[in-house]
Design a binder for this molecule. Structure first.
Ligand code: CTP
Ligand code: MG
Length: 229
């Protein structure tokens, strides 16, 4: 089945606070976004990769794709203000034959091949699949007055990661609904859930972090040194 990967890479990296957007910071001498793209380039089930970037970094990404021989990264499209806008624009550039769409953050370089393949299989069976890990800590609901109101049942709580994988039409329908009803979301699956579709859970691992703040770089360096897949 023709499978497209969308890599939103148009963020500014405000929480990282670096001079360049965090997707271009080096990990073992190579930009983080390249580590991420290589995970999908090497995956036999992937047919094309669409990257959403800010116009100011298009040239840099184009030359990196050449330098690292990322032959599946055939489209660089413009990102938007929100992550959701970046994904939405990439969706309008899907290959006509695409049946499965994987969305994966540019700043999650530690995704395993087996997890990618599991999420494709589950998306085929269930229309949507989300990689997630079980919550380890106890999660409490706080109030504006600085008090706790209640404690959630940890046994049903998961931390959602990416990849999030969908049948093409399901994701397009979800984005159309979001645009019509002006819904904001920080992940793609929550828009699909609004169509009353319940994404399948793909249990992933804690090493699949989203590099967000400076302390994540130390952890990423440790993981990168032992990452073999
Ligand atoms: N992203 C995007 N377009 C945006 C915002 C985010 O393509 N308008 C991408 C980021 O580049 C990243 C992924 O979505 O690969 C996850 O977003 P996040 O971790 O929030 O990255 P940033 O938005 O860059 O970071 P921050 O929120 O700290 O500014
Ligand atoms: Mg952000």
């Amino acid at each position: 089945m023709f499978t497209s990967v969308i890599i939103p890479a148009a963020g500014a990296g405000e929480r990282m606070g670096a001079a360049v957007s965090k997707q271009f910071l080096l990990l073992l001498g190579k930009p983080i976004i390249i580590h991420t793209l290589e995970r999908f380039q090497m995956c036999g089930a992937v047919n094309e990769i669409i990257i959403a970037v800010q116009p100011s970094s298009r040239q840099q990404v184009e030359s990196l794709i050449g330098e690292f021989h990322l032959s599946k990264a055939t489209k660089i499209v413009e990102g938007g203000k929100r992550r959701q806008d970046s994904v939405s624009n990439a969706l309008s550039h899907l290959h006509p034959q695409a049946e499965i769409v994987i969305v994966h953050d540019a700043v999650r370089p530690f995704i395993r091949q087996k997890v990618i393949l599991d999420s494709i299989d589950k998306a085929i069976s269930f229309s949507a699949a989300v990689v997630a890990v079980r919550v380890k800590d106890t999660i409490k609901v706080g109030t504006d007055e600085g008090r706790f109101e209640r404690t959630l049942d940890r046994s049903v709580l998961w931390l959602a990661q990416t990849p999030q994988t969908f049948r093409r039409q399901v994701l397009i329908d979800a984005y159309e609904k979001a645009s019509r009803e002006r819904i904001d979301a920080t992940d793609d699956a929550s828009l699909v859930e609004l169509l009353n579709i319940r994404p399948a859970i793909v249990e992933g691992s804690f090493e699949n972090i989203k590099i967000t703040t400076p302390d994540d770089l130390d952890f990423a360096d440790v993981v990168a040194r032992r990452f073999r897949d």
